[in-house]
Design a protein around this ligand. Structure first.
Ligand code: UDP
Ligand code: MG
Length: 312
């Protein structure tokens, strides 16, 4: 059985379309399936529309308010009962007609099948920040993300169970999908303009998202304090030494200058440096509190070990 998990926030118009298209696709390939809608606190007719569907394969949950797409995804994964789970957006940017192309590699043995959006002509104002985001994310983090590989993907039961082992509250799913690993393949599809409704993302949200992504996977931003402090400390020590030697040979030209500058530089850099040391500890606490599994087992000779992931 295939579960199709769809977080929806104010997508009333798209609900019947999704239901019709997905069920006809699934009938065509003769797979049993379920569609799981997660109504993320929509203010429009999304929930009544879902309730109005006559398809017995539709299940849903409705949040008490808008908790964000990540929370909706998690709820959907927990609900899903399928052997494989297709995750897609509910705004028709992820074409249901692609689902068979995601299922085929899965049946050939892949655990993650990612639908990669082809290059799109987006305005520079949107392309540039996303480029910057991926660059920054990939230099600061151990998981590597690829532009265009979004949430439209199929994951096997094993992958879903592994993802559910991650108990962290701040869930950055793009990174989590990569973090859990397993063998993965990519299927390309053409970018489609949004169906009805408007994208809820704006530049500020995008920046928020970037900060979440970068901070969810490492504490390097904190560590940069340490390095900055170290560099400033070394430079100021050299400068102080230079001034001192200069005074020894040429005498003082501005009284008080040396002591003020020297103490300012020293104190400043020592503070920055200490902040970096504190940052190291805070960073460690941060990583520990996530309590992620130390590893995830794919297969093992011992069948009891091979049941998905494990806390090490
Ligand atoms: N979504 C959600 N909660 C939110 C915002 C969005 O569940 O707070 C859903 C939305 O209904 C859609 C998907 O997440 O199905 C992607 O949202 P959107 O199209 O706005 O994002 P974009 O495609 O612009 O990245
Ligand atoms: Mg969209």
């Amino acid at each position: 059985m295939i579960s199709v998990v769809i977080p929806v926030f104010n997508e009333a118009e798209n609900i019947p379309v999704l239901d019709a298209e997905i069920s006809s696709v699934m009938h065509a390939i003769e797979h049993t399936y379920e569609i799981i809608f997660i109504d993320d606190g929509s203010q429009d007719a999304t929930l009544p529309k879902i309730r109005g569907l006559s398809n017995p394969n539709v299940r849903f949950v409705s949040f008490s308010r808008n908790f964000g797409k990540e929370a909706a995804l998690l709820a959907g994964l927990k609900m899903a009962r399928g052997d494989a789970i297709v995750i897609m957006d509910g705004d028709m940017q992820h074409p249901p007609s692609l689902i068979p192309d995601l299922i085929r590699p899965y049946e050939a043995g892949f655990d993650q099948v990612v639908a990669k959006r082809n290059k799109v002509e987006e305005p520079l104002s949107r392309r540039l920040p996303s480029k910057l985001f991926y660059r920054l994310m990939n230099v600061t983090s151990t998981v590597k993300l690829v532009d265009g590989e979004g949430d439209f993907r199929l994951i096997s039961r094993k992958v879903a169970d592994a993802i559910l082992l991650l108990s962290e509250n701040n869930r950055f799913s793009k990174g989590i999908f990569e973090w859990v690993g397993f063998n993965k393949t990519v299927v390309e599809f053409d970018h489609i303009k949004r169906g009805s409704g408007i994208s809820t993302f704006n530049p500020l949200k995008l920046l928020d998202y970037a900060i979440d992504g970068i901070s969810a996977f490492n504490h390097r931003p904190l560590r940069s304090c340490f390095y900055l402090g170290l560099v400033v400390l070394v430079i100021s020590l050299i400068y102080i030494l230079y001034m001192f030697v200069n005074i020894m040979f040429n005498g003082i030209d501005v009284p008080g200058y040396f002591t003020i500058i020297a103490s300012l530089l020293l104190l400043g850099s020592i503070q920055l440096f200490s902040l970096g040391i504190i940052g190291e500890y805070v960073g460690r606490i941060y990583i520990e509190t996530k309590d992620r599994p130390k590893y995830i087992i794919e297969t093992s000779s011992d069948s009891d070990l091979a049941q998905g992931g494990h806390h090490g």
